[in-house]
Design a protein around this ligand. Structure first.
Ligand SMILES: C/C(=C\CNc1ncnc2c1ncn2[C@@H]1O[C@H](COP(=O)(O)O)[C@@H](O)[C@H]1O)CO
Length: 240
């Protein structure tokens, strides 16, 4: 294979002028001053350390996702609140993105039922802070560090109607399940009317083209039945 490694990074086509070694660059005066990414690693590391530390004793937890934009007048709001309430009564902590909309509803349901209501917030240019129903909150700078926390500390995902952020969280979990990085991890989509278009596209386009398999599609449960949602999450205890 033509190319070379720079530490753990493989580069196939390296310019001659760039063909220096790591220690040569380290010893070159002033080099580190112009490479802040090197130091940024420590900040990234601190996000993992803080997250792992804060959530280490969380116990059983389910993550609930959904739109930051949908308010009390959307049926998803009441559904998220009710699912979180039932999960909290069953002894699960409820983890959300800590923001408004569906996240707020889930935190509200969990907190008012006496459960542990967790919000993993994200620093955004249009900062809103954590919603008022978060009992244990962490604010992240990096999406990827935050996403690790959702998957590491939740035993299942409940996904209500949402946009780009929600889809990102859904497909993160689906990819990790498909590649068996996580197992026995239910992913439930609540709202058949909202999700049927996506499921139809996955089946009629992606599955038909052979880019996903039937087993991938079967990993998604789509329902309006809140009993089914809670039962699926309770079953993670049997699988543990
Ligand atoms: C856009 C608005 C507020 C943004 N505040 C957010 N706070 C916390 N987490 C967020 C926020 N926005 C998106 N997220 C994450 O993505 C999911 C929702 O995104 P969607 O695009 O709205 O579906 C959610 O689960 C969060 O993890 C308006 O007030």
């Amino acid at each position: 294979m033509k190319g070379r490694f720079r530490g753990p990074v493989f580069q196939r086509r390296v310019e001659e002028a760039d063909a220096t070694t790591t220690d040569e660059r380290l010893l070159h005066r002033g080099h580190l001053d112009t490479h802040n990414d090197t130091w940024r690693v420590l900040r990234i590391q601190s996000e993992f350390v803080e997250g792992f530390g804060a959530l280490a004793e969380l116990g059983e937890a389910i993550a609930i996702f959904g739109s930051a934009r949908l308010r009390e007048d959307h049926p998803g709001y009441a559904q998220a609140e009710e699912i979180a309430r039932r999960l909290a009564e069953a002894g699960f902590a409820v983890i959300t993105g800590g923001g408004p909309g569906i996240m707020e509803a889930a935190n509200k349901g969990a907190s008012e039922a006496g459960g542990l209501s967790v919000g993993l917030g994200i620093e955004l240019p249009f900062e809103n802070g954590l919603n008022d129903h978060v009992d244990l909150g962490i604010n992240f700078r990096y999406f990827f560090a935050r996403k690790t926390m959702f998957v590491k500390y939740a035993q299942g995902f409940v996904v209500l109607p949402g946009g780009v952020g929600t889809l990102d969280e859904l497909f993160e979990a689906l990819t990790l399940r498909q590649t068996q990085k996580i197992r026995h991890f239910p992913i439930v989509l609540v709202g058949t009317a909202y999700w049927s278009g996506l499921i139809g596209w996955l089946r009629d386009t992606a599955l038909a083209a052979g880019t996903i398999g039937q087993a991938d599609l079967d990993m998604l449960v789509v329902t309006d039945d809140l009993d089914e949602v809670v039962d699926l999450m309770l079953r993670t205890r049997e699988d543990a």
